[in-house]
Each structure stands twice: as C-alpha cells, then as structure tokens.
Design a protein around this ligand. Structure first.
Ligand SMILES: [Zn+2]
Ligand SMILES: [Zn+2]
Length: 332
C-alpha cells in the first residue's frame, strides 16, 4: 500500500464506538404497536456456489427500515429483487445498517458491494456496520482496494455525493449494540462457538412485533436456548446428520465443530420455547430437505421452515402471535 493511503482512508472509517443507545430518540416514541416486521431471506447459501442460493444475508425490516445481518455474495442484488417484489424498504439506496456475525468470506464477500453499490445508486448516508473485532481492518482494506474507483467517482464527471461510501464501523462486544427507541428496536450481540473463530456472534432483535434470534454460524450451542427463551423466531443454521454421516471423517470433524446438526437445532428451539424456526445456511449433502426438517421436528413441535432465498415472513403471521411477548418470559 503506498504511503499515506492508509491514513487517508482511515479518516473515512469513523472511530470505534461500542455503544448503547445509538440512534436513540429523546422524543416521546410514537406508537409502534402496528408496525409491520418482516424477515427477508436474501441469501441462504454457504460457501458452495449453489446457483439458486446467494451467500448468507438476512434482512429484518421494521416498518421502512431494513437491518441486514451479514453480507454474503449477492446481497445487494437480492435486496433489489426483494424491493421489486414489494418489500420497498429494501431498495438499494435504503441499505444503511449491517450487523456482521463473523468475518468468514461467505458472510462478507458482499461487504464491498454493500459499501459501494448503494452509494453509486445515491445513498448519501454512510453505512453503519456493526460486528466483531477485525471488521475495522477489513473495512479499511476494502476502501483501500477501491481507492481508484472512489477517486474517479468523487473527482470525475459523475455527480456522486461525498458521503455515501463512508462506513461508520462499530466493533462491538457481546451485549446491547444498537437501540432505536423511536422505532422500538434493540439489537443484542451474543457470542457463539464457531470452531476456531475467536469472535463469532449471533444477534437478538427485539422489535415491536416480537423477538427474532439469529444464530449466525455456530457449532452446537446449548446456551442459545436460554438466549432465545421466549423468542418468536429462531433463524438457525443447520446441517442434516444423515448427509453428514456419509462425509469423510476429516469433514465430519470440521462440521461438528463449526456447524449444528438439525437435531440440536430442534432441541434448542424446544428448550427455548420459540414459536418458529427458520433454517438457513443449510447443508444437506446426500440427504434431502425433508430429512433436515424432520430431524429438527424430532424434538421441536413448533413451525419449521426450510428457508429459501427471497422468502418473506411477516413476523406476526409467522408465529400467530398478536402481541409482543416479554423476552424474559417463556413466551408460551
Ligand atoms: Zn458460513
Ligand atoms: Zn462461518
């Protein structure tokens, strides 16, 4: 990297703020009781380049505000597709909040896309990116990699705004990392065991329509049942044990440490008393989708959905719950 570039680009990556109350409004919050909350699966894939599954990315859309979890390959175009299908909040220039679970490439290859493409499409606000340690360095290096592009757009004929490519990076520790009182949204990060990763997070979203827990990539994690206690929806990664049994031992060891079998997902969902499970980041190998769903249903009697790209779930419709549960209660 040429001298000076690092310092110059560092200036566009805002100082870290591990924070409480970001974006919090001091005014009396408007009623959020009827605000629609939707879960949109933008990418349900894995590192496998499966043509009909983009890389991991989920959107939680609260009213007109989308919150993205992870930025796998294809995230921006999937958001555009969802907007074209009627989730207008996911129009590209409206993508402003990102929560990164961990820095595995399948979850972050779309990060540069999410920084730059919405800016080109006239997003003026900087991207607010939350995630584990390492996110700031990744951001700085991506901006350095695209320095020529950014310079041309800023200083050439293109009428680009001067702010929309910037990123406010928030390297966060487990705990409440975001709160918007006006919108009635709180986001909590929690640590998950993802093989040898030092920092891998899941996120719990408390919204006006209910509580959504996102596992991120995780090995079998009993503690998640407590974290998800009373949640409405658990969006969990999963692999099919029947397929796993026919993998080579070296891969079996890897998957057993880095990911979670469907049977364990069911167990966690049952113990946590959640209303519904959405499976994502699925690995079935030689087993079938039905095998994986059945494996979860062996212990969990609530609704189980095998997620697909561009699935849209209205939170209240999905769970059949009309009221916000107390996150501290059993939720049943
Ligand atoms: Zn992954
Ligand atoms: Zn991973």
């Amino acid at each position: 990297m040429p001298p000076g570039v690092r310092g110059g680009l560092a200036a566009v990556v805002a100082a870290a703020t591990v924070m409480m109350g970001v974006g919090a409004s001091q005014e009396t919050p408007p009623s959020t009781a009827d605000v629609p909350v939707r879960i949109v699966l933008l990418g349900t894939g894995t590192p496998n380049a499966t043509p009909d599954r983009m890389g991991p990315a989920t959107a939680i859309v609260v009213g007109d505000t989308p919150y993205l979890i992870d930025a796998g390959p294809g995230v921006v175009r999937r958001a555009a597709a969802a907007a074209a299908r009627g989730v207008a909040a996911l129009r590209v220039a409206n993508l402003r909040h990102l929560f990164v679970t961990h820095l595995h490439s399948d979850h972050t290859v779309g990060y540069a896309d999410l920084i730059l493409t919405p800016w080109v499409l006239e997003r003026a606000a900087p991207l607010e990116a939350y995630g584990p340690p390492g996110l700031r360095a990744m951001t700085r290096h991506l901006l350095a990699a695209y320095r020529e592009d950014i310079d041309i757009r800023l200083h050439g004929l293109e009428p680009a705004n001067r702010t929309g490519y910037r990123v406010n990076v928030h390297e966060v520790a487990p705990g409440v990392v975001f709160r918007d009182r006006g919108a009635g949204v709180t986001v909590e990060a929690f640590r998950v065991p993802h093989g040898s990763w030092r920092h891998a997070y899941g996120y719990k979203f408390v919204t006006p329509a209910g509580v959504i827990v996102i596992s991120g990539d995780t090995g079998p994690f009993d503690g998640l049942a407590e974290i998800a206690r009373g949640a409405d929806v658990l969006v969990h990664e999963a692999y099919a044990t029947e397929g796993w049994k026919r993998r080579e031992p070296v891969w079996q060891r890897y998957h057993a440490a880095f990911h979670t079998p469907g049977s364990k997902v069911g167990e966690i969902a049952a113990r946590g008393g959640v209303a519904a499970v959405i499976l994502t980041h699925q690995l079935t190998w030689s087993a079938t989708e039905a095998d994986l769903v059945a494996e979860v249903q062996r212990t969990f009697t609530g609704r189980v959905v095998f997620g697909r790209d561009l699935d849209v779930f209205d939170l209240r419709e999905l769970t059949g719950r009309a009221r916000v549960p107390d996150p501290g209660s059993s939720g049943q």
